[in-house]
Design a protein around this ligand. Sequence first.
Ligand code: UTP
Length: 296
Amino acid sequence: MTMGKSVTKAVIPAAGLGTRFLPATKAMPKEMLPVVDRPAIQYVVEEAVNAGLTDLLMITGRNKRALEDHFDREPGLEQALEKKGDQGRLALVREASDLGPIHYVRQGEAKGLGHAVLCASQHVGDEPFAVLLGDDLIDEAESLLATMIDVQQKTGGSVIALIEVDPSQISAYGCADITAIDGEDYVRVNSLVEKPAAGEAPSNLAVIGRYVLHPSVFGVLEKTEPGRGGEIQLTDALQTLAAGEGEGSGVYGVVFKGRRYDTGDKLSYLKAVITLASERVEFGEDLKTWMKGFVS
Ligand code: UTP
């Protein structure tokens, strides 16, 4: 029985085409877009490490070499900074490579998030594991991932993260039909539907880019046919697990109340940059003063 096996592995899919952010993403992965001064993906990897996950696997693809370079050492640059005595910038350069070794596997073709997760099956094996989407930023202060890991350990199923969105927005997300569980702060997920038409959505609870999954998801993904957009959808596999019975089935949801940004979306990306920049001690106050003038 898998329940009880602790969660140590994080899978970070970053192989999508990023078409919503063209032309910036023509030759550069969207996960490398800077949010203030770090690429978006660095916040995601830091979140995984801070949640205690020690085994990191990134799913990459064509055009994604910059991702591997970013998390690797850069001896030439480090030596140059050392020579100059610039310890501050040296520490910044080393931040990413100090996060620990990262494993990589390439998704040969962007066949969807479900297919990207399936690419991790050999590395993950028969253990529950976390999935963090490389373009989704979650406010660290909220320890969402740690809560989700606890719920997985308690239930032995799979756990998704949900946010409440305006009903007019739900067709941009996977949507969950849920039932509250007495005395618990997580919910049972009855069914899931990917990007429902407004009016057909079972709720205004949207699936966001954090998951803690039971390894039985791999067997389900292998049998999951391409769905919406011709892509193998993780949501479809989770729907099968939610409707199924027996070991590894059952999907639970943690409703997240904190801040979250989809950096693959231009407007959400800009909000992330402005919010995080305005909180920086070095220039946050100056930025806010400037913004007040700019807006008026
Ligand atoms: P998105 O839904 O944002 O898709 O993927 P996308 O293709 O990257 O971007 P758009 O919609 O064309 O702008 C959610 C996450 O799943 C990964 C992405 O890298 C992102 O982290 N993904 C998606 C893969 O790794 N492989 C895929 O085939 C699709």
